[in-house]
Design a protein around this ligand. Structure first.
Ligand code: ADP
Ligand code: MG
Length: 312
């Protein structure tokens, strides 16, 4: 793969490639439209806004940003922010070439800025204030960043769009106020039953309706209680359930509620079992107190007394 190289103020800059992932958004189109509206430019004097996508881990934030960019026919670059992300990591990194010269490599963010693509700054809440500060001019009228290492200023292409995702419950640092003021908030909440069924079917087209329905009921019961259990967990449970059934020579299309609950233990934990449709009524009846379900008793007798969780 040959790297695209461009020159800015006499400095050669190697660009990175956009992400190419099979990732579509299904269900709530309104969220896609909220991102599209934020990115719209309505006048020569207007600027695109930077959406900040908020929501629980696994609720679909990354998928939403990526899919919106793709729906607009744009390349999408993903920058994964961590607590170790330094300002220069966001912009330009020097590397030693084979002839011992120094080469400059543009980050995915800068590559998107130059090519007029979308940059998804994923899990931005993990990044320190120092790193955020280097992006401040990019988010206002200036639309540029300054790389100290390469000694250059880089202006964003007019088609460049930025989007930030943040987990609502896992901030490493506070995001500075002057950055927050440059963004608009878009909240991703739990999908309704119909949309969640579409999400599960899209991700697992080979799952049977019987097993899907049980999983949807489980997820929706958990959502009603605002538990941090998301579609991603449902997808994982279904995937593992189907694998287990197949592996043991059983029909993966058939629902075995005890086996499904065992799968939940591998993906989530025991406290999630009460949201299974055949446990939930009992849980509600007992006024949400600690309720020993039939499955709990079965577990104590077998699962926890065994070295091997699959020994029952
Ligand atoms: N609306 C949706 N359409 C398609 N897939 C979805 C949707 N919501 C969630 N998912 C699936 O759930 C998983 C988690 O989504 P992700 O975007 O990674 O969540 P987050 O970034 O909020 O942690 C992905 O595997 C994705 O396929
Ligand atoms: Mg994500």
């Amino acid at each position: 793969m040959t790297q695209k190289v461009i020159e800015i103020s006499g400095v050669e800059l190697a660009l990175t490639e956009p992400a190419e992932i099979e990732m579509e958004w299904v269900g709530n189109e309104d969220l896609i439209n909220q991102v599209k509206a934020a990115w719209l430019v309505v006048d020569e004097e207007d600027l695109p806004l930077t959406p900040r996508i908020l929501g629980k881990p696994g609720i679909g934030k990354t998928t939403l940003c990526y899919a919106t960019g793709k729906q607009l026919g744009k390349d999408v670059y993903i920058f994964q922010a961590t607590m170790d992300t330094r300002p220069e990591d966001l912009l330009i990194s020097p590397v030693i070439a084979s002839d011992k010269s120094i080469k400059y490599v543009a980050s995915s963010l800068v590559s998107a800025m130059i090519t007029g693509a979308v940059c998804l700054l994923d899990e931005g809440n993990r990044m320190s204030e120092k790193s955020w500060a280097s992006l401040a001019p990019l988010m206002d009228k200036r639309r540029y960043v300054e790389s100290i290492i390469a000694g250059i200023r880089i202006y964003a292409h007019p088609d460049f769009r930025l989007c930030v995702t943040m987990n609502s419950d896992a901030s490493t640092y506070e995001v500075p106020e002057y950055i927050l003021s440059r963004m608009i908030n878009i909240y991703v909440d739990f999908p309704n039953r119909a949309d969640e069924l579409k999400i599960l079917k899209y991700n697992l087209p080979f799952a049977s309706d019987e097993v899907l329905k049980y999983c949807i009921d489980f997820l929706q019961n958990a959502h009603l209680n605002n538990e941090p259990i998301v579609s991603r967990d449902g997808i994982k449970c279904l995937r593992y359930y189907i694998k287990q059934r197949k592996f043991h020579g059983k029909d993966p299309a058939k629902l075995d509620t005890t086996e499904f609950k065992k799968t939940i233990l591998h993906i989530l934990d025991k406290s999630a079992i009460k949201f299974c449709p055949d446990e939930y009524q009992e849980y509600v009846k007992n006024n949400k107190g600690i309720n020993k379900s039939n499955f709990d008793t079965l577990l104590e007798d077998t699962f926890y007394s065994s070295e091997n969780p699959d020994d029952f």
